[in-house]
Each structure stands twice: as C-alpha cells, then as structure tokens.
Design a protein around this ligand. Structure first.
Ligand SMILES: Cc1cc2nc3c(=O)[nH]c(=O)nc-3n(C[C@H](O)[C@H](O)[C@H](O)COP(=O)(O)OP(=O)(O)OC[C@H]3O[C@@H](n4cnc5c(N)ncnc54)[C@H](O)[C@@H]3O)c2cc1C
Ligand code: FES
Length: 508
C-alpha cells in the first residue's frame, strides 16, 4: 500500500528552482512527473539523477559527491553524475538522468535522458568463458555486454540456481522478510536478452591453459580465447561425528538457505557453530523466526579478529539483547539427532544446526592447471593469472593491494563484483589496474556495520562516538596509518574514509 512516505518530496523541478538555492557541492531533492530527482551541483555543472540507488534503494541525498561521481551511503556503489552509469558495484543498473537547463536565474529539469546503446567492441568471433555464476562471474558478464563486447559469453556454474544476491541468503531472505523473487541478480530472460549462455549444474573439471580448453564434468570440452576464473569459496565442514546428519547445514547457496528455512519451519532450538559473519547473521535471521538460538565458538569475543574487542563486545551484546545465548571459548565435539555435545562438557538441545566456521577458496581447478597459487590464485594488478588470457576474480584472487603493497585476498561481495568488472574490462584490452578500496557490510537485526580498507593487524584502535549507542566510527591504525575504518550509522564518515583511502591509493 502506498503511503505518504512513498510520495516524492520537494519542489517540482520541471517548474524550476532559483539557481541560488543550489550552491556548489549542494544536493537537493525534488520531483519531476511523480519521480524523486536529486539535483547536484559539482564543478560548476548541475546534474539531475534518480534520488535512490539501484542496488537496495539507498538515499543518494545522503551520499558523497567525489569528482564527477556520487557514492551511495549504504554500500558505497559509485555512479557517474553525467550519465548515471553504475561505475562500481554493488549497484549494476544505471540511474535515470534528466536534462537540466540553467536560464534566467533558474534551474529547470526537462525530460529524461536516453541511455545510449553501447558501441560494439571486439571481434564477434572471440569467445569469453566465465567459470562461476557468483558475484565476480556475474558482474564480469554484465560489464562485458555493457561495454559492447560483440563475441560470445558462456558462464558455467555448478550451482543449480542462476546468480543470486548471496548476501541476502543470510539476512532478509533467511529471516523471511524478503521474498524469493528478490534473490536472483537478474531474471532468467536477462541472459538470453544479453546473448549470454548460462550453463547451470555444470562442473568444470579441468583447465588446460596452453590449449585454452576446459573439460566439463560430463567429459565434453569447451575452447575459449579468454577465461575468467571466479569459483568463489566453499564453507568449511568440520570433521565432527554427526556433521552429515540431515538437520546440519552450511550456508553458501540458495539451496542451502532454502534448506535451513525448511528446517527452521519445524525447529524450536538451533545451535550455530562458529561466531563468523555468516553464523551470526544466520543467528539473527533465526531469531526473527522466533527460534531459540545458541552460538558455540572458540573465541573470547565474536568477530574480534576483524573488528577488535569494542565492536566484538557490541556484537555480542546486540545478539544477547535479541535472546541469543553464547557459549564462547567452547566448541562442539559431536552432533546428535537432537543435541550437540560441548567440548567444555554438557549438551545443548538442537533440532537445527548451522555450521558457520568460515570458508575455503575453491582453488582446485587453478591448482591442477598449474597456475601460480599463493594462498589464493595469484593475479597481477590487472587481475591476470600467471597464464596469458586467464584472469581470476573474487574470493579466490590474491592481488597486490596498492594501499599497503601487500598481496591480499578477501571474501567480500563488493570486492568480488568490482574485480569481475575490472577483469571484464581487461579481457577487452583496456589495461585498468584494480585499485578499489575494499569494502564490506554486515547486518545484524536492524544494525548495519560498514567496513572500508583492510587491516589484518593493528596497533591502535581509535573510536569516535559511542559503540554501544550504535553511533561510531572505529579506525584501525598500524604505525599511525589508518588501514581500515568500521562504522555504525556513520555512513557519511564511512564514505569520506573510503574517499580518503582512494586518494592515498591514487598517490601510491
Ligand atoms: C550467506 C552469505 C552471506 C554473505 N554476506 C556478505 C555480506 O553481507 N557482505 C559481504 O561483503 N560479503 C558477504 N558474503 C561474501 C560474498 O558473498 C562473497 O565474497 C562473494 O560471493 C564472492 O564472490 P565470487 O564470485 O568470488 O564467488 P561466489 O559468489 O561464491 O561464486 C562462485 C561460483 O562458482 C561456481 N563454481 C565453483 N567451482 C566451480 C567449478 N569447478 N565449476 C563450475 N562452477 C563452479 C559456484 O557454483 C558459484 O556459482 C556472504 C557470503 C555468504 C555465503
Ligand atoms: S543501496 Fe546503494 S549501494 Fe546498496
């Protein structure tokens, strides 16, 4: 049901506003023909764009203008102010843009701009194959077509579902507050419309980098000119007695999330093994389904290794407020039909067990093919592997981080998508280095935590605001340098921190 909140607000921009109402750097929301439009004055120009992000509808009026781009406050998507193009994930669709005129002391917004069709590029005979139907693989395919790649694109995935919004699988979808039709990244017809051959339930068994050929699980072969490896990661399975019982689940795919939901419908008590991001997000989702949840984990504080003690304590307190019971500095030694046995002694009843003890990158294909491996598939700044014409992106890729000069591998949705996009451009011969500042978000109940940068270790944590009051920015420093910044409800500060790090990368 439409409410007053859904109605576009602000002045009718087709009637014009005084030019003096929009100072340099200002953002102003108004409406045109019933649609909410954001006016931005930047570098002397005025742009008129849709007021909400095409990812999850974040309010761009709260975003940050950086040069000729605007960044979304929620998950840092980056859009061109001139064309509306979604330049950097997680948004993949462009913003609508309107023509603007400045005359007689007024700014007047006229009709919508047409999105130009991409010019065809590359020989039509060229074959690009993508192994993996996840974040990186999908974003690469989308970018190839967006840039007008004229050749064939084949995407191979051993999943049975077309690419999905994986972060949703442990959040709203699992909690029952998002319908399943929100989960696919694109509808089934999108692949045919974009001439992308998507082969699901297709396992790639081997890769011959010299012959530029893949062998599939059914023994058939597929030749390519360029290849993107984006095989992602798989959940670690503990070698526990009872770990293969039907009520024990890991969470990676849509099928996994569906299976947990099916079990949750008849479960009363769940044990989550592991206080990882996925384990804790699953705990929150199961609490939303009014299931009693116990979390068993070896660490002293949840997420302390990534966030430090203060945010770790906050995350624990937040979950406890919602009724989650923690059994920390503990473990599970066996899983039975109706309970789990704890390392420290005793049992916990459980008719649903979720294993959230981390993931392992799927490297087997690259390893067997003889590609250079170093705790991940080694890639250069262009995301090219040690074999010509073969690129890697996402959870498997270990790349040189321009901020620290170290090689890093991360397991973040936005990084995987942005790497897929960069790899796509490089497969088209553009030679763009991957220089994005890492970003991830995690959501626990109604509290989002955003994180920019990458800090495996730090010697100081600096907190601005109040963590327990859910209003803070936390800086992780090493030798005085800020390596990463976590934040709760400080979206503007988080965007500024990312822009600051981008400047350091550009200067590096
Ligand atoms: C439940 C869940 C919630 C998450 N939430 C967040 C979040 O809130 N924020 C965040 O930053 N990150 C989150 N992540 C992490 C994020 O989803 C990953 O970092 C991201 O999906 C990695 O993308 P990828 O393309 O590398 O791999 P994936 O998305 O895992 O895709 C890999 C693909 O490769 C296919 N594949 C693998 N091997 C083969 C083979 N041999 N043959 C054929 N196909 C193969 C798989 O079937 C799959 O389609 C979450 C992850 C999960 C599981
Ligand atoms: S809502 Fe804009 S990036 Fe997610």
């Amino acid at each position: 049901m439409a409410t007053d909140d859904d109605k576009p607000k602000g002045p009718d921009l087709s009637q014009g506003i005084p030019a003096s109402d929009l100072a340099e750097g200002a953002l102003l929301t108004g409406q045109v023909g019933g649609e909410e439009v954001l006016l931005v004055r930047h570098g002397g120009k005025v742009s008129a764009i849709a007021a909400h992000c095409t990812h999850y509808h974040g309010p761009l009026a709260d975003g940050l203008v950086v040069g000729d781009t605007i960044r979304c406050p929620w998950h840092h998507a980056c859009f061109s102010l001139a064309s509306g193009e979604a330049l950097a994930a997680p948004a993949l669709s462009p913003l609508d843009c309107w023509n603007v005129e400045e005359r007689g002391g007024k700014i007047v917004v006229a009709g919508k701009k047409e999105q130009p069709a991409p010019k065809k590029t590359g020989p039509a005979s060229e074959r690009i194959v993508i192994v993996g139907g996840g974040a990186a693989g999908f974003a690469a395919a989308e970018m190839l077509r967006r840039r007008g790649f004229a050749g064939s694109i084949t995407m191979l995935s051993n999943d049975d579902a077309a690419p999905v919004d994986r972060p949703n699988l442990s959040k709203d979808y699992l909690a029952g507050s998002a319908p399943e039709d929100w989960v696919p990244l694109r509808g089934d017809d999108w692949y045919a419309q974009n001439n992308i051959t998507l082969k699901l339930k297709t396992d790639v068994a081997t890769l011959d980098p010299r012959a530029k050929k893949l062998t599939l699980g059914d023994g058939s072969t597929l030749a390519f000119d360029k290849l993107l490896l984006a095989t992602g990661a798989e959940p670690v399975k503990l070698p526990l007695p009872g770990a293969d019982l039907p009520h024990v689940h890991t969470l990676r795919s849509l099928a996994d999330s569906r299976a947990i939901i099916a079990q949750a419908k008849k479960a009363k008590r769940a044990v989550v093994i592991g206080a990882s991001f996925i384990g804790l997000e699953a705990a929150a989702a199961l609490r939303a389904r009014e299931i009693e949840v116990h979390v068993v984990a070896p660490e002293q504080r949840p997420l302390e290794r990534v966030f430090g003690p203060q945010l770790g304590d906050f995350v624990r307190a937040l979950h406890e407020e919602h009724g989650v019971k923690f059994h920390l500095e503990n473990g599970v030694t066996a899983i039975g039909v109706g309970n789990v046995t704890l390392k420290a002694g005793g049992t916990l009843d459980a008719d649903l067990v979720v294993l959230g003890v981390g993931v392992r990158p799927r490297l087997a294909l690259a390893e067997k093919a003889g590609l250079a491996i170093d705790k991940g598939v080694s890639v250069n700044e262009y995301l090219q592997t040690s074999a010509p014409g073969i690129f890697a992106a996402g959870d498997i890729a270990r790349w040189p981080d321009p901020l620290t000069g170290e090689r890093i591998r991360v397991e973040h949705w936005v990084v995987a998508e942005r790497q897929g996009q960069t790899a796509a451009r490089n497969m088209l011969g553009e030679r763009v280095p991957f220089r994005a500042v890492p970003f991830f978000w995690s959501q626990h109940y109604d509290v989002p935590i955003n994180y920019v940068g990458h800090a495996e270790k730090w010697d100081a944590i600096e907190i601005d605001g109040d963590v327990m009051k859910r209003d803070c920015i936390v800086r992780y420093r090493l030798g005085g340098r800020v390596l990463a910044v976590a934040s709760i409800y400080r979206d503007g500060d988080s965007l500024k921190a990312a822009a600051e790090m981008e400047k350091r990368v550009a200067a590096a």
